[in-house]
Design a protein around this ligand. Structure first.
Ligand SMILES: Nc1ncnc2c1ncn2[C@@H]1O[C@H](COP(=O)(O)OP(=O)(O)OP(=O)(O)O)[C@@H](O)[C@H]1O
Ligand SMILES: [Mg+2]
Length: 349
């Protein structure tokens, strides 16, 4: 990970209104956040939330109706046509449906845009070869897109998007048309592009598993508004907005657990425990139960990976003397377990 604290792109109260025959749609309203140099930022939201509009505003394919976007402090609204061309050279973009030229070979799909950008003949050749090698398609130069799998086509699109040496890679639902296996390998490739070339990546998706596979931070969009943003750990540990909770429902079954807590009538003594990072691999709960006179009824448990780091989620009902339970909880906290009294989850979801 090459993430830094340095702001690369900042959005200030960005709004976008589309006007059509049927009236106007506010696709984005009051969206403000920073994109840090070197990070992989995920933007998640349901269909129509404004994700594509947002990502298209970043390279000014779409002009915000209000607010401003700055790239390294430079307001994009002040750029003329030449300035916008320069800006777009610093970015690359990939899409759900790959957008390859069907009548051109794999090699030509990468080489052609480089020629249009004015690279020399030698540079075009060396860059096309190098980046097709980076994406693992050295043996497919002469193939046509129709002869490739979806995953391979997206690899060509990635080579094309990064061959000119951009600083930012914008991905709009880049894995949505792929099966789980190809999704994983494309996400892996995007992560290695981020790491190897230090390219800042913005990933737009409607799938939480895409976010958790590669992103450093996540922004949640709902009906054109930014409703939550934070590191993966922050957002998975303590999702605040109902939309975020809903997106996480399949991964961390808070609602199901809430129903179980109600059914068992164990409200008072129920805690949610989060084991993130190193602590996830340790038998901390077993140790706690040995040290204190408490027993634990496990109501829910799941372990996932957040960007390759284990992240365990446990809901337990403790029973025993109050003092022993307090001791157990203090011990778990000392062992770096994030522990919280269970409650309210079902009301908020
Ligand atoms: N060019 C346009 N003209 C009119 N309305 C538009 C236009 N582009 C987007 N919209 C509207 O703006 C809203 C946000 O659209 P957007 O494509 O950004 O959503 P999204 O989050 O990318 O959705 P999806 O997950 O389905 O791709 C929607 O209500 C959409 O209908
Ligand atoms: Mg979209």
């Amino acid at each position: 990970m090459v993430e830094t604290e340095e702001t690369l792109i900042s959005l200030h109260s960005v709004g976008k209104v589309f006007h059509s025959g049927h009236g106007s749609v506010a696709a984005l309203s009051g969206v403000s956040f920073d994109i840090r140099r070197g990070e992989i930022l995920g933007v998640i939201g349901q269909s129509g939330a404004g994700k594509s509009t947002l990502i298209r505003c970043l390279n000014y394919l779409e002009r915000p109706s209000s607010g401003s976007i700055e790239f390294e402090g430079m307001p994009l609204g002040s750029l003329d046509a030449a300035g916008l061309r320069t800006l777009r050279r610093r970015m690359g973009m990939i899409f759900q449906d790959f957008n390859l030229l069907k009548t051109a070979t794999v090699y030509e799909n990468v080489a052609l845009p480089l020629r249009l950008l004015g690279f020399s003949k030698d540079e075009v050749t060396s860059r096309s070869k190098r980046y097709l090698d980076v994406v693992g398609l050295s043996d497919k130069f002469e193939a046509y897109p129709s002869q490739l799998s979806g995953g391979q086509q997206q690899r060509v699109a990635i080579a094309r998007a990064i061959a000119h040496g951009p600083e930012v890679l914008l991905c709009d639902e880049a894995t949505s048309a792929l099966d789980p296996e190809n999704t994983e390998s494309i996400l892996h490739l995007i992560a290695s592009v981020n790491e190897e070339f230090g390219i800042t990546v913005v990933i737009v998706t409607h799938e939480m598993r895409v976010i958790q596979a590669v992103c450093d931070r996540v922004a949640v969009l709902s009906a054109g508004e930014l409703v939550e943003m934070g590191s993966l750990n922050e957002v998975y540990t303590d999702p605040k907005h109902p939309v975020t909770r809903r997106l996480l429902a399949g991964i961390l079954p808070r609602e199901m657990t809430a129903a179980l807590v109600d059914k068992l009538g164990v409200h008072g003594s129920v805690y949610s425990l989060i084991f993130a990072g190193d602590v996830a691999g340790k038998p901390v709960l077993a140790e706690t139960l040995r040290k204190f006179k408490v027993s634990a009824n496990i109501l829910a448990a799941n372990i996932i990976e957040l960007k390759k780091e284990p992240f365990g989620f446990l809901v337990v009902a403790f029973s025993g003397e109050e003092q022993e339970i307090r001791g157990a909880i203090a011990y778990l906290e000392r062992m770096d377990v994030r522990i919280k009294k269970w409650g309210g989850e079902h009301e908020m979801a």
